[in-house]
Design a protein. Sequence first.
Lengths: 580, 586
Amino acid sequence: MNLTRTWTLLVRQYFTRAPKVLIAFALCWQQAYSAAEEPLPVLRAMEAELTRSMQGLGTAKPAPYFIAYSITEVSSTLISASMGSLDADVTTKRRVLDIDLRVGGHKLDNTRSIRGVAFEMGRGTRGVEVPLTDDERALRTVIWSATDKAYRSAAERYGKVITNLQVKVKEEDSSADLSQEQAYTYIEQIRPLWFDTTVWRERARRLSGMCAGREHILTGRVTFQAENLVKYFVNTDGSRIQTSEPIVKMFVIVKSKADDGMSLPLYESYSAYSADRLPSMNELEADVQRLLNLCTKLRTAPLMETYTGPAILSGRSAGVFFHEIFGHRVEGHRQKDVNSSQTFKPFLNKKILPDFISVVFDPTIKQLGGKDIVGAFLFDDEGMPGKRVVAVDSGVFKSFLTNRSPIENFPHSNGHGRRQAGLKTVARQSNLIVEARSRVPYDSLKAMLRSECIKQNKEFGLLFEDIQGGFTFTGRTVPNAFNVQPLVVYKIFADSRPDELVRGVDLIGTPLTTFNNIVAAADDIGIFNGVCGAESGGVPVSASSPSLFVSTIEVQKKQKSQAKPPLLTDPTVSTAGGQP
Amino acid sequence: MMRTLLLAACLAATSSAQQMSEQEIFDAMQLEMQRSMRDLRIGELPAPYQIEYILQIRHTVSLHAVQGALEDLDTGTRAVLTVRMHVGTPKFDNTNFFDVSLGFFGSSDDEEGYKNRLVPFELRPELLRRELWLASDACYKQAVEIYSKKESTLKNRTRKDTTWDYRIAQQYTRNDAGSNVYRPDVEQLIARAQSLSSVFRSYPKIQASRVGIEVIPKETFYINSSGARSHKIECSAGIEVIATTQAIDGMPLAQTYAAYARTPVEFPNEDSLTRAVSSVASVLTQLVDAETIEAYSGPVLFEGQAAGCLVGQFFAPNLVAQRQPLSEGGFSTNERTMAFQNKIGARVLPEFISVSAEPLTKSFNGISLTGHYKVDDEGVPAQHVELVKKGYLQTLLSSRVPTKRIDSSNGHQRGGGSMFSVISFNSVDAKKSKSSVDLKKQLLRLVKDRALPYGIIARLGMDQNLLFTGVFRQTGTDLPISQGEGKLGLLRAYRVYPDGREELIRGVEAAGLAPSIFKDILAVSKHKHVHNFLAPSVVPSFISGGAAYVQASIITPDILIEDVEVRPLEGDMPKPPVLANPIAID
């Protein structure tokens, strides 16, 4: 089963260790790309071992024809406060080495899929920690040892690949295993970006403290996370790249529990490329207050039953909707995977969406509508420049997202090879942007919804105002359904009664049918920044879209906790009664 | 820049996390405990009769260095809360029952946590009460559910064991409030790790090496509804060195060194540590070209750390009173450490050896005993216990969970279940206690008597903690090291020829090591060695919900055993690296 889990809103709420320090901490961030500078010792150590390995292993049988080394330096600061007090204050730093060592040739190498094998016991490197200090000798020793393991693993697997090709039927897609690409050299100066941990600690305390003493609020946590990835990359094509990718995130979680046991979490997340681009304290406080009010209302909101009918997806909801039902299905590597359903493969240059809709993936832009979108990168994790990809042009499907593993009709990478350090690179999404050529005011969308309700003889339609995340199945052995998990859903009544907040449903469906039901787009834009989790780990992405009116959607009952709310009253709520 | 950033992080570990006074913490715990005892009820389901709250605040510094360079550094403060609750009566309650579903997979109902629940380390009275409230609620609901399952399970069984489930013990108060929480000098620790790991830069035959240092100062607040309370301020520290390589024929090889202490101040001095690491490097380098042996059966002299490993892994765990929990569906736990449960009064050692548990002993021959403690994890004062007297088993180490043979606690609840702490092997017969030279002579006499070409001396055994947390990390699945029952990897072993000449051998393990083999101890040395280590919890952590490893100390002489099987590691070996280590060519 291919279950592609996406949109992790809350990245690891809990870290195991929490330092408490009242100093400003620095993260390295390159704000303005600069001219090539002298590479750091890390890059020199990588190049030295790359050269030595290609020469030294050149006489081995089979010999490597391609090697790429990536070292990802992950600097992370996480500050988390619950109900007004810090429960995590963690600083970590790691360097992880990934090796892509290939034997055979571009057309056929050890990375070719081995068909018919349920589980492979690989001995290859899965990310190796390397020293943090720029000691070339120490770095080279670790690289050498890991390269040897990677070579053995590659040579062993290559033999299996050759046999597998002979004993299985002809492949559906016999594209080469590695695309021929030009080399790139880019050395970005690493500059420190300072942010004041004291300020963010205090903000986390204050914002989470707003949840304390509130009846029925069981969780009130605010997390600030700053992470910088400094990436070093060399390969035997001659590429030599040094870049940094900073990201700053905040999460607010407010959770209550209905009397019927249903957990009612509400989230708000913010992502930016620097701390000063996060919302102001006033805005954050307003958002926390809004979540608290909404959470209280949700406790007593009526349960929604199974339903089909018209709906409006807010911009953020529509963004996630497209990410799930479209984005994961145009990731190139799935088109070679014999277990993947390959939903859009037969639709190349054919219509899949209304004429007024286009969909692009653009890692080259960092802002949209004045807000940061976090799926940007200069080079992907295979050393290829990230390129804008028009996946759907005026309703017609035009392109998959590709990395250096070519697929039928797409022999080259468009710079979407991505991974979390330590995992294998595959084609992944970047900044997904749904563009609508014709738009209507948001209120008109509501009017259209009401008209459609009357037409379909429905008492109400649904408005999906905010979502938590979702997942989708892309395998062939299970229905190709998606599940988008809403947080805030309203009934919009055909007779214009006031909107009613409801709870307890997930938005479900299958992609092609649902695409056919998109009727109109509003003149707004909603942006969802998050971390997408799939086979190559968590990578920052965004999804942006105008609000969409869909003629028919389907919802199913959400999984519900069977645990009772607490038996005794909250000892910190003075109005709660009982005897503290 | 790097240095500045790292030190910024390090400083974090030096600040205090707790703002409430000891009295305020206990007051908050007491108030919520009283409320829980009084009000936690669901219909006719049983009420709690005993509640325990354990709040622990840990300040951790953990770092590793490779080839003289820092590899990682983690610092942080973490506060965790555990609630334990007994519902029913001491005669029959919710404990001593393992719910397979809840035990392995937890609740699927998005419930609040109550075991090692992460709580804010910036404590405030109302916040602490809130955390206690939520944790107590979740704990009570699960306790009554397990109670009912246990009751239902027993309705279909003819129960023979009517041992009570729990004993309310004597109340005790311990207060360490006057002590200070240890504050490690992180910069010094980094320098030490880098300096020690740089030793390996001169050994090109070694493929991978790593020096790790961890220091964990912690404060524990314990309170129970029977009136016991303790405030413990402790610290644990360790240096672990692991180096691995391959022999010419590809056989994976490893050497380890570990020093555990209460604080880094008690570590061996810089020269001793450097010598120890140099020894790891040089012995491992020698092992590359060393020979291995054919299967051997004969006398083996376990010296120093190897003797500690032998006792710590194959004898001491059996000294803990254990009770097989009931469970649904016939699930049963491992019985490999239950050899002595029915042996009280029986001979388990030669008559010239006695064994005692000495948790109150702080040091031996100037070496800190990391297994030392004053009050156990249930608030019961630690007790010295004479376990084996002149070879005969007297009693077992116990907690407040009674077993058929042991009814009351002798203060050995640690990490989540009953556990050994400081175990001392003592010879009571001067004739059987020999100098090292005489012990080796006795080994050679045995060799001669049995017409063997050589005997074996083991000086370094594979530590289980290091194997799983360090060695496997470096070797992956390549290392065919002993993991099965009754096996001990011998990392440093020597063939001793009749003329006294010693020869290092590689890739061997001692097999068939059962508790009964200790009855065949022929002689021991006069001098004794301290083996501090992280011992795997005897009661598995998935059952106890506690720690997987617990600090322990073995004080033991060198041990000569009449007959031990030693065999070479066999199987296909990975080939050695194609290219030379870069430090060999630069």
